[in-house]
Write a protein that binds this ligand. Structure first.
Ligand code: SAM
Length: 233
């Protein structure tokens, strides 16, 4: 169970109404029952139900059952598309071990705002379901050109471009342990000026995901898989 609360020896963790409903109503736990907790920072903790109520309750941390496992330093940058597909991208990126998920506004992106809190909740649920101890941060929507203007030194960019069939970056030949970002465009792809800029950046590597034009959500999963296979942990 994810809790937004510090975890540590002897720490008492208050439960919200929803968490109490899930643990005591759905999972049928009672006082004395044991739960695994994580908060994305302190590893995984075994906790005992100290108080079980309809509208809340409390858990006592007993012992740490796993250390914090940090994912590789990989960001997923994607242009938000329709709501359900955007949710899918965030969920899969969290499952596939992206450390940071960054919605970017490109020339052909239709969305001009996102529900960051809702997307963050999807990332938390995905981390819960795959037994992670880390939760990726879902960043604010940012314009692609602004993001590129302030690009952090040393971070590689895997620019996924459907017009580059046959061009394949040998990811395996890249040094391991370096920071990376994957960039996936919107349904309409990148504009000519964006493509020209991306191709001129010294830290960007243009990558084809094969001869078929994939939907943005499929492309995100395919790119994450390739990267994790070659450079992930
Ligand atoms: N503009 C394109 C069109 O309408 O022909 C389609 C863009 S595609 C649906 C959305 C994004 O997925 C692209 O911007 C790219 O980042 C990624 N993508 C899809 N297929 C790809 C491929 N075969 N290789 C590399 N990237 C791909």
């Amino acid at each position: 169970l994810y809790v937004d609360h510090p975890l540590g020896q002897g720490q008492s963790v208050p439960l919200s109404r929803d968490q109490a409903h899930y643990l005591f109503g759905v999972m049928r736990l009672a006082a004395g029952g044991m739960v695994s907790l994580f908060n994305g920072r302190d590893g995984e903790w075994l906790a005992e139900v100290a108080e079980a109520g309809k509208r809340g309750g409390a858990l006592d941390c007993i012992e740490r059952s796993a250390p914090l496992r940090l994912p590789p330093d990989l960001w997923l940058l994607f242009a938000p598309i329709k709501k359900a597909r955007t949710d899918f991208i965030v969920e899969k990126a969290a499952e596939m071990g992206a450390a940071r998920i960054v919605p970017v506004q490109t020339d052909y992106t239709n969305a001009d705002r996102i529900r960051q809190d809702r997307l963050q909740a999807h990332a938390i649920e995905a981390a819960e379901q795959c037994g992670g101890t880390f939760v990726p941060v879902v960043a604010e929507l940012i314009r692609l050109d602004r993001l590129l203007d302030g690009w952090p030194a040393g971070r590689h960019l895997m620019f996924c471009d459907e017009s580059r069939a046959g061009q394949n970056l040998e990811l395996e030949a890249m040094p391991a342990g370096q920071p990376w970002a994957i960039l996936i465009g919107p349904e309409g792809g990148f504009s000519p000026s964006e493509r020209a800029r991306l191709e001129s950046l010294p830290f960007a590597h243009t990558v084809s995901l094969g001869p078929r034009i994939l939907r943005a959500d499929t492309a995100a999963v395919a790119a994450l898989t390739l990267w994790q296979q070659a450079l992930g942990d």
